[in-house]
Design a protein around this ligand. Structure first.
Ligand SMILES: [Zn+2]
Ligand SMILES: [Zn+2]
Length: 263
């Protein structure tokens, strides 16, 4: 068996990165501080989940998971942005069957993170722990989605592995944080592979970041170049260039999967 760091440690590292960036980037301070808080709450949730035996079958695991989610909801209700405060307070009042149904709708893909940010936030530590325990989640797998859990790609990175001259392109799962390879010329949403239909947009203040768009489906993924600076944690550093997402929205483009700021 390969020894890997516990899931909660990885989430704590993300929290620390978000907190450090918040001190350096006043424009992105608020979303970064919220991300730091959320990752800490997810780390605490992961710690609780790590001590129970999971099956990966949602119907079997959800009853053990639900009692552990209250503290995350309380933290978001205390320190989240306005919209999430309202939603967390409502969920804290849910009876167990409503709470179950909300998570179940996200699990089956009937509701996305765009409509239900909190279910993704709650299920993230669960699915990441499943991956660490080698338990396969019973979710639908779709092309160009995460090969482990069927989650959508939140962000993308480019890097050059040692011993290789060609760079690789990775997608990062929004639900279990797995990174997987994808062709450099391919829309992760619809599979378009005509380079003339896949424009790339950059912005001077964020030289390592680009918007990789698709003219066929009008969706995009944000990509961070890690070939020069390998320190960024993609889903955290993504928040530094929120202005690029706002620009893309104005252009009528939709992000494949919202980032931590919910955009
Ligand atoms: Zn995944
Ligand atoms: Zn497309």
């Amino acid at each position: 068996m390969i020894a890997t760091a516990p899931v909660h440690t990885g989430l704590e590292l993300r929290s620390a990165r978000a907190e450090a960036l918040a001190a350096e980037a006043p424009a992105a301070r608020e979303p970064l501080l919220f991300a730091a808080t959320l990752f800490r709450a997810q780390a605490a949730l992961a710690k609780g989940i790590e001590s129970i035996v999971l099956t990966g079958r949602f119907e079997d695991d959800v009853d053990r998971l639900l009692p552990l989610t209250e503290s995350l909801l309380r933290i978001v209700a205390d320190r989240g942005p306005d919209l999430l405060i309202e939603q967390s307070l409502a969920r804290l009042d849910d009876d167990s069957s409503t709470a179950r149904t909300r998570l179940s709708l996200y699990w089956t893909g009937d509701v996305s993170a765009r409509e239900d940010y909190l279910s993704r936030a709650i299920l993230r530590p669960y699915v990441e722990v499943l991956r660490a325990q080698g338990a396969t989640p019973d979710r639908l797998h779709r092309p160009r989605h995460c090969p482990f859990c069927g989650g959508a790609a939140m962000v993308s990175t480019r890097r050059t592995p040692p011993d290789s001259e060609a760079g690789i392109r990775l997608l990062h799962c929004a639900l279990c944080a797995l990174e997987w390879n994808i062709n450099r010329i391919c829309c992760p949403a619809c599979g378009e592979d005509d380079p003339y239909k896949l424009p790339v947009y950059r912005s001077d203040p964020h030289p390592a970041v680009r918007i990789e768009a698709c003219e066929t489906c009008r969706r995009y993924v944000k990509s961070i170049d890690l070939t020069l600076d390998a320190r960024p944690i993609a889903e955290v550093d993504d928040l530094l260039s929120l202005s690029m997402d706002l620009w893309a929205m104005e252009e009528g483009l939709t992000r494949i999967e919202p980032g931590l700021a919910g955009v």
